[in-house]
Ligand binder design. Structure first.
Ligand code: GRF
Length: 202
């Protein structure tokens, strides 16, 4: 399945998806990367791997809807079948989300439904949770609220700070996101009636 990755920054999850997709048996192909920030480090990484990149900056559009529309047009020009948000730091509007419903996924650095939003690692530490992790979910109108596709848990260790915990979760993200995108691309994880339907594993 033709997949476009949306980023805003570092792009380490994007890099993990590109690496997975370099295997010819993998069911998704990364055909493009779109960033809303011209200085996103991920753009250079994608270009170095021969993947088409586009910068679509919010500042170049008069409204959020026009910006979303430009991203949608770029996705259409890539013939995208799946959109993978990977550290895309902007909330997409209702029209855009509805158009890509069931075909757009996101990775969130917490075990949803806990710790939606930002600063998840600091909040997990403050809450004293002993288990933390990451979630890949379908994107719906409410932020970090869509049906869960896959999750990975990591322990919170004694002495962890935000950085050590974030690094442990990020490693798990890099394994989880390729797995989850693969399930969606193969049709083994589908969104139906607001829920995820998972195929049985043979
Ligand atoms: C990741 O922690 C991801 O879960 C969150 O933003 C971060 C992006 O990192 N949505 P990267 O750009 O993939 O390195």
């Amino acid at each position: 399945k033709r997949t476009v990755v949306l980023i805003s920054g570092r792009g380490s999850n994007m890099t993990a998806l590109i690496a997975a997709a370099s295997n010819p048996d993998y069911p998704a192909e990364i055909v493009g990367v779109i960033s809303d920030r011209a200085n996103a480090a991920g753009l250079g990484i994608a270009a170095a791997r021969g993947i088409a990149t586009k910068v679509i900056s919010r500042a170049d559009y008069t409204s959020k809807e026009a910006h979303d529309g430009a991203i949608d047009a770029a996705l259409v020009s890539f013939s995208a079948e799946i959109v993978a948000l990977a550290g895309y730091m902007r909330i997409l509007g209702a029209r855009f989300v509805e158009k890509w419903l069931g075909r757009m996924i996101n990775i969130h650095p917490a075990l949803l439904p806990a710790f939606k939003g930002l600063d998840t690692h600091a909040r997990a530490l403050r809450a004293g949770t002993r288990i933390h992790g990451c979630t890949v979910h379908f994107v719906t109108l409410d932020m970090d609220d869509g049906p869960i596709i896959a999750q990975a848990a990591v322990p919170v260790m004694v002495g962890d700070n935000e950085d050590t915990l974030a690094a442990r979760v990020l490693k798990a993200e890099h394994r989880l996101y390729p797995l989850a995108l693969g399930l969606v691309a193969e049709g083994k994880a589908r969104m139906e009636g607001g829920r995820t339907v998972l195929a049985r594993f043979a």
